[in-house]
Design a protein around this ligand. Structure first.
Ligand code: ADP
Length: 301
């Protein structure tokens, strides 16, 4: 009898202790959840003070999250000052560069005697490169600071592809590359800013030409998906190793196998930015030394 009573008492204590710990654990999880929400919303972290073990854990978590928040804030300040710096450099160099370009053209027109003619041609070439770089820097910094309005409105995807392909056809021909647009029978429309999206597509086709051997083929296709229209640019060029396929969309990133081709590592960064600003995106599929396909997604509505 006594043994049964002792058993019941021990059992009840066990159940009660179980309930107590379960409630405590639940309370702690709710507190952690609350702290994490505060941190994720960037709010100042408020915590309850008490001496128990869970409170000490909360304190550690709270200190950690507070430090993380501060780190995030200083990172954002740093990023803003880098953007401002880029924007300033771009603006300060633009006018002198335009002038150098003008004078170097005037110099070339004077048909100087050798070796001055070579020097004039070299100045002209290098100025062109620098101007291209600064122009792209200005565009990216404007887009990042949202100083440029990318106004998405209903436009024909077929027209966009047709006009862009036509504008790069001469450089494909120069390299004896067959650049073909596979026009669908139907006309597809999406919401995008025509001027900027042309620039985005141009960067991708320009790359396809740049990173492909003479005599190869590039195709541009349009496909309709459920929420997006897709433009696919496929080449038979050097390809991109799988490990670098995520990085190629970062600013100033240049692939290891493309170092002996001229470039600045800005084109794809700009392309991705333009597409993102109008609800689209870009992805790549590639095999090294076989070729690459870039998929540009444009929202249907
Ligand atoms: P850039 O061409 O000036 O280097 P991009 O931002 O346009 O800069 O491209 C980033 C990198 O992506 C390139 O350096 C190259 O390594 C890789 N890449 C882009 N397009 C292709 C392509 N069609 N084929 C192979 N590699 C490519």
């Amino acid at each position: 009898m006594i043994a049964i009573l002792v058993g019941v008492v021990i059992g009840s204590c066990g159940v009660l202790t179980g309930f107590y710990f379960r409630n405590e654990a639940q309370r702690s999880f709710q507190r952690m959840d609350f702290l994490l929400d505060q941190a994720l919303n960037g709010e100042k972290i408020r915590r309850e003070f008490s001496e128990d073990y869970t409170s000490k854990l909360e304190e550690k978590l709270s200190n950690f999250l507070q430090a993380k928040n501060l780190q995030q804030q200083s990172l954002e300040v740093e990023q803003d000052s880098v953007k401002e710096l880029i924007s300033n450099i771009a603006h300060q160099t633009k006018t002198p560069l335009t002038n150098i370009s003008l004078y170097s053209q005037l110099l070339t027109e004077l048909q100087p005697q050798p070796p001055a003619d070579k020097y004039a041609a070299e100045i002209d070439k290098q100025t062109g490169k620098l101007t291209f770089f600064i122009d792209n820097l200005v565009k990216t910094s404007y887009l990042e600071n949202e100083l440029i309005q990318v106004k998405a409105q209903e436009n024909s995807v077929n027209e966009l592809a047709e006009e862009t392909v036509a504008s790069v056809q001469p450089s494909a021909m120069q390299k004896n590359i067959s650049l073909k647009l596979v026009q669908p029978e139907q006309n597809f429309t999406s919401y995008f800013d025509k001027r900027w999206t042309k620039e985005a597509l141009l960067n991708v086709i320009d790359n396809a030409i740049k990173y492909s051997p003479a005599g190869s083929a590039i195709s541009v296709e349009i496909r309709s998906l459920e929420s997006f229209n897709q433009i696919i640019v496929t080449d038979q060029g050097i390809g991109i190793p799988e490990t670098q396929q995520g990085a190629i969309f970062e600013r100033f990133y240049r692939g290891e196998n493309s170092r002996n081709t001229e470039g600045l590592g800005i084109g794809l960064f700009l392309t991705r930015k333009i597409l993102q600003l109008q609800g689209g995106y870009i992805r790549v599929n590639s095999r090294l030394e076989v070729g690459a396909s870039f998929f540009l997604y444009l929202k249907k509505s």
